[in-house]
Design a protein around this ligand. Structure first.
Ligand code: PMP
Length: 411
């Protein structure tokens, strides 16, 4: 591992070298998507310049190169998640498609009328709507574990929801709206005591902390490549081998079959059974390069650095008059959602953009949790390992200026 220095790491990201409105770009919208290091951009170009081919089928040199690149990316994902086998790793389009795949393929077979699905108040719409659709289809019921005023799941209330009717618990590891780190390992163990299957949404966690799906003990773990410095349009479902073995396919077509006649089709085993059609080969390879990049720094190094930066950002932001942080759980990652007294979130977002600072201002595709705090929107800066104390200082200075400018206008 090379010694960590956020300032020098930032230079690996060409997009971060530009100016916006005449100011150096400060990217604090990492919870929405992350930027790509040169190594990922180069890997994508290399694929299209030297390796591009469809995989598995044709028997020629480029097909072999593309297949090797794709399958070695699968091995990188396996290692990154500490899964037991590459057969446990299914490539999909992203977290949204991953959860829909599980809700449809696993859910339709295993969830019946009267059964219950448990989620939390923290979930992104992608981990709410697919389950509502399944519930409507099969007559099951969605139960929601509440959070306390800091934005942490209340474990006693969660436990009360678990029963022999609970078929699946589907929970985020980190809240994209509040940054809460949810105790997924403990919650998985509790669900297992009731015989439930568990899905963990890792969209917001994989870029900030080491992941070990076997230590969590979940049946499914899903994430998006674009949130971990890889390309858009590629994501992953990890499935426990005994669960995937009994899961029917979702989409039918090429690649996922062993044999087809008009009378009967025999499916492939996992993971091919769940990868119908030509997949996103290049972007899977790009994701492999992104994993190589973060692993060269080291996820524990990234987690420790970001924790320190989050503590610094929390302290300095709280010094801005009238700023209220939404989400104050003891364990948080990356996200600093806030409202500013007397300012509309949209206006704060626009004012920050004029300073070259990119943040999200809106509902963050997580309306229920914001409404839990009596809000429709927040301003949401979110950190990654390429952010520095100088980035945080620039944000705080801009917020102070926005706040005092407002005072001046009102005065
Ligand atoms: N879950 C969480 C916690 C997320 O933050 C996101 C993205 N904001 C998603 C799911 C959906 O991911 P994608 O849009 O990449 O499918």
């Amino acid at each position: 591992h090379r010694p960590f220095d956020a300032g020098s790491v930032k230079r690996d990201f060409p997009i971060l070298q530009q100016q916006v409105h005449g100011k150096p770009l400060i990217w604090l919208d990492n919870a929405a998507t992350t930027q790509k290091p040169q190594a990922v951009i180069d890997r994508l170009s290399h694929f299209y310049e030297y390796e591009n081919s469809n995989i598995h089928r044709a028997a020629h040199t480029l097909a072999a190169r593309a297949t090797d690149a794709y399958e070695s990316a699968r091995e990188k994902v396996r290692r990154f998640l500490n899964a037991g086998s590459t057969k446990d790793i299914v490539f999909v389009r992203g977290t949204t498609e991953a959860i829909n795949l599980v809700a449809q393929a696993w859910g339709r077979r295993n969830v019946k009328a009267g059964d219950e699905i448990v989620i939390t108040w923290l979930e992104h719409h992608a981990n709410i709507v697919p389950w509502q659709m399944l519930c409507a289809e099969v007559g099951a019921r969605l139960r929601v574990a509440p959070v306390d005023d800091t934005g942490q799941v209340i474990l006693e209330e969660y436990e009360k929801l678990l029963s022999p009717r609970t078929r699946i618990v589907s929970i985020t590891q980190v809240s994209n709206a509040l940054g809460t780190v949810v105790p997924v390992r403990e919650m998985t163990a509790m669900a297992k005591r009731h015989g439930a299957t568990v899905l963990v949404d890792g969209a917001q966690s994989v870029s900030h902390m080491p992941t070990d799906v076997q230590a969590i003990g979940c049946d499914f773990f899903v994430f998006s490549g674009h949130k971990v410095f890889g390309p858009t349009g590629i994501g992953v479902v990890y499935g426990r081998p005994d669960v995937l073995a009994h899961m029917p396919p979702w989409q039918g077509g090429g690649n996922m079959i062993a044999d087809v006649t008009f009378e009967k089709t025999v499916y492939q085993g996992p993971p091919e059974r769940f990868e119908a059609g030509t997949g996103n080969i290049a972007d899977a390879v790009g994701l492999g390069a992104a994993i190589d990049y973060v692993e060269a720094i080291g996820m524990p190094v990234i987690a420790a650095y970001e924790h320190e930066l989050l503590v610094y950002a929390t302290e300095t932001m709280l010094a801005v008059p009238g700023l209220k942080l939404i989400g104050t759980a003891k364990e948080k990652a990356s996200v600093l959602s806030f409202v500013l007294d007397g300012c509309r979130t949209q206006d704060v977002g626009v004012a920050l953009d004029r300073e070259g600072i990119a943040v999200r201002a809106g509902h963050h595709c997580a309306q229920p949790i914001l409404r839990r705090f009596g809000l429709e929107t927040t301003v949401r800066p979110s950190l990654a390992f390429y952010n520095t104390r100088e980035d945080v200082d620039a944000l705080v200075t801009a917020l102070q200026r926005i706040q005092s400018g407002r005072g001046y206008r009102l005065g």
